[in-house]
Design a protein. Structure first.
Ligand code: M6R
Length: 365
């Protein structure tokens, strides 16, 4: 039920603090350890693997991109991420030393399922991150990590994405611990940061009114870019997909450092650039990228962490997310992008929960 919300998408955006809380509750012990009671993967099994391969489609793929950074950092192993429709046709190098991770909200996406079957045929161990209990992907996997987002009705995925991200963090902590690649101190720090996310999400959701006002002002622009570096680039892809799928605006995401290798040629005074600058180490680099697009008169909407006010003089608008560890910022920075997509689509009179040409679950190849 939509309750007080006009659309399922808006309800699901606002469901996120609760959904994250639920995923945390189900997987964290009182002592702050990740406890995966149903996991059959042992320390000995894990010692055999020499790479992790993450495969998914659409939004779930974007979660996988963030997952790569996290796994590389916590588990210290080579990690590949691919879209299922490419992975399954390129004769990927996968064997019994591969941990294959499929991510899917529905657990019924045809390409993801076929990629999983291909990986299994090649001997990989399959772990899936799935929202729908008992779905085909879940049934065909060796282990399943459920995201516990609750039913997601809107075609545009929101709470499934953030709970997929959280599942990847928890899994990376768990595996990093099994493998001895994460220090006790860092483990505790990440757990404590993750535990603070529901409260911080509530704070980010209060940006709703300001974002709605902005959407009313800018909804008729026909070109929107999303830029970022590091994990912010992965969030940029997700923000762009959200906007295009429900508002039909031609939007495009790119790692900010790649702009000057071609894409910056498209900047015009009517172009909107949504710039994510939440990664401390990359902040100055992002500011110079913002200056580059600003010099071409683009309209810049920035997303930064509270306190980083230096960005304001280069941006037309700035939205702040609460201070947090860089590693967990995707859980917060995607929210303003979801809300922006929602209000732009609403202003344009689009059918938000059921966008044209799209299905909630893509069961055709
Ligand atoms: O059910 P799945 O997570 O496997 O679905 C994958 C994509 O089809 C899905 O994320 C799609 O990109 C969403 N409509 C995005 O909002």
């Amino acid at each position: 039920e939509k309750g007080k919300y006009e659309h399922f998408m808006l309800k699901e955006i606002f469901d996120q603090p609760k959904a994250i809380e639920e995923t945390l509750d189900r997987n964290l012990s009182d002592g702050g350890r990740v406890s995966l009671y149903d996991m059959t993967l042992t320390k000995e099994d894990f010692a055999k693997f020499n790479k992790i391969c993450i495969v998914a489609c659409g939004t779930a793929y974007h979660a996988g991109l963030v997952g790569r950074n996290i796994f590389e950092k916590f588990v210290k192993m080579p990690v590949e991420v691919d879209v299922a429709s490419e992975f399954r046709y390129r004769d990927p190098f996968v064997d019994e030393k591969t941990l294959f991770i499929a991510i899917s909200q529905s657990g019924e996406t045809a390409d993801t399922l076929e990629a999983l079957r291909e990986a299994k045929r090649k001997g990989a161990r399959v772990l899936s991150i799935v929202n729908v209990v008992g779905s085909t992907v879940a049934r065909e996997s060796d282990d399943v990590f459920y995201t516990w987002a609750g039913p997601e009705i809107s075609v545009a995925s929101t709470k499934a994405y953030t709970t997929q991200l959280l599942s990847l963090y928890l899994l990376a902590l768990y595996l990093g611990d099994l493998r001895g690649t994460i220090s006790e101190e860092y483990y505790r720090e990440v757990v404590s940061e993750l535990s603070e996310i529901p409260e911080k999400l509530e704070k980010v959701l209060t940006l709703r009114g300001d974002i709605e006002k902005l959407a009313k002002k800018l909804y008729d622009r026909d070109q929107v870019f999303f830029i970022g570096r590091g994990m912010d680039a992965s969030v940029a892809y997700e923000g762009s997909l959200k906007l295009k799928e429900i508002s039909y605006i031609n939007s495009f995401a790119i790692a900010a450092g790649e702009l000057k290798h071609g894409t910056i040629a498209l900047m015009e005074p009517t172009t909107i650039v949504v710039a994510l600058a939440t990664q401390s180490k990359l902040f100055d680099k992002m500011v110079s990228n913002i200056q580059e697009v600003k010099a071409r008169n683009a309209h810049v909407i920035s997303i930064a962490k509270e306190g980083n006010t230096a960005i304001e003089e280069h941006s037309n608008e700035t939205f702040y997310i609460p201070e947090c560890m860089d590693e967990v910022s995707p859980l917060l920075s995607v929210i303003p992008l979801q809300i922006y997509a929602y209000y732009v689509a609403k202003e344009k009179g689009c059918e938000i929960d059921r966008p044209r040409n799209l299905a909630k679950s893509v069961t055709v190849e």
